[in-house]
Design a binder for this molecule. Structure first.
Ligand code: BDR
Ligand code: CA
Length: 322
């Protein structure tokens, strides 16, 4: 039987690949997609999500979510966010995530209900438990937990989260972007009773794809293959220049690793049952802190400290080609 999943996304280049791979994976049934602000403002992440659904030709309801973080936006000193930064690489202006994905404007509509109402009113009434794969800031989850944690948790089987990093960070010296963007929400998710699997940068920087993998994808005949190949190539170009991985011509597609983990747990390695807490304020803002002590706090999650490159790249390309 297919595993029913909800995606929570801030689309985004790697979110787009995560959505396409989840829709294409025969093991998953994507029952809904919720959007959140993060890589871009909510209008853009929502429109980008609709464009990806058009490209795939999937009829999945989209619920628009929160436009700002749970609490952080209330304190301007904590809130100097620049996810729309343009980078200069080899003299060329690039963004890790374009404002709008290079796909036709969508004529689809989002659902009239908000993502929060969807989590609190629709999900609890599903006939069977559903898995949530959250690959953007955790604001929608944090707000739903604040409003009614019992309803939110009542019918969720497991939550996969792309976020955090222990040996690796990207947005600040201590933090990965999704968690930095909304640390209060992330703490609520870490503390909620639904079992969670965290897929941090430690995993996604090891489970990467190469240009050779992309060349195979480019041969594909599915309508999304060329877009996916261009999107991943752009990520590889930026990784090579700014954040080289273990081999040249390689790049991470972070969010798709969380999708893969919901199907193939062995894409994650060194997955530890640990207590996770989130740094709030100062230099530790958004840090994912794993309790290393001999007598640690009670575990509240499974946190992957590594990833399996072969497993991920083969799964991603095969899934997008099929
Ligand atoms: C995460 O941040 C976003 O920019 C990506 O979409 C991914 O979810 C990686 O740090
Ligand atoms: Ca994302």
């Amino acid at each position: 039987m297919k595993r029913k999943v909800i995606l929570d996304v801030d689309t985004g280049s790697d979110d787009a690949i995560a959505i396409l791979s989840a829709l294409a994976a025969p093991e998953l049934d994507v029952v809904a997609i919720c959007t959140v602000a993060g890589n871009k403002p909510i209008e853009m992440t929502t429109e980008n999500t609709l464009r990806v659904l058009d490209l795939f030709g999937a009829d999945v309801p989209v619920y628009r979510g929160c436009k700002e973080p749970l609490a952080k936006g209330l304190q301007p000193s904590r809130w100097e966010c620049s996810p729309r930064k343009t980078l200069i690489v080899d003299g060329k202006e690039v963004q890790i995530h374009e404002d709008y994905l290079p796909l036709p404007e969508s004529r689809r509509q989002t659902e009239p209900m908000s993502a929060i109402d969807f989590y609190l009113k629709i999900v609890p009434a599903f006939a069977e438990p559903v898995t949530l794969i959250a690959v953007g800031p955790l604001t929608n989850l944090g707000v739903a937990l604040t409003v009614d944690s019992e309803a939110f948790c009542s019918n969720l089987e497991e939550i996969f989260i792309m976020g955090g990093g222990v040996r690796m960070t990207n947005y600040s010296p201590s933090a990965e972007f999704n968690i930095w963007y909304d640390p209060e929400a992330a703490q609520k998710v870490a503390d909620c009773p639904v079992p969670s699997v965290w897929v941090p940068l430690d995993a996604t920087h090891e489970a990467y794809v190469t240009s050779a993998n992309v060349a195979r994808l480019r041969e594909g005949t599915r309508p999304w293959c060329a877009f996916a190949a261009d999107t991943i190539d752009q990520r590889i170009f930026i990784h090579d220049a700014l954040q080289p991985l273990a081999e040249p011509h390689a790049g991470s597609v972070h969010d798709a690793v969380a999708v893969c983990a919901a199907i193939h747990p062995d894409v994650l390695s060194d997955c530890q049952e640990r207590n996770l807490s989130i740094g709030i304020g100062g230099a530790a803002e958004g840090q994912t802190i794993i309790d290393p002590r001999i007598y640690p706090l009670e575990p509240n999650c499974r946190f992957a400290l590594g990833g399996n490159r072969e497993r991920f790249s083969q799964w991603l390309i095969d899934t997008l080609l099929a």
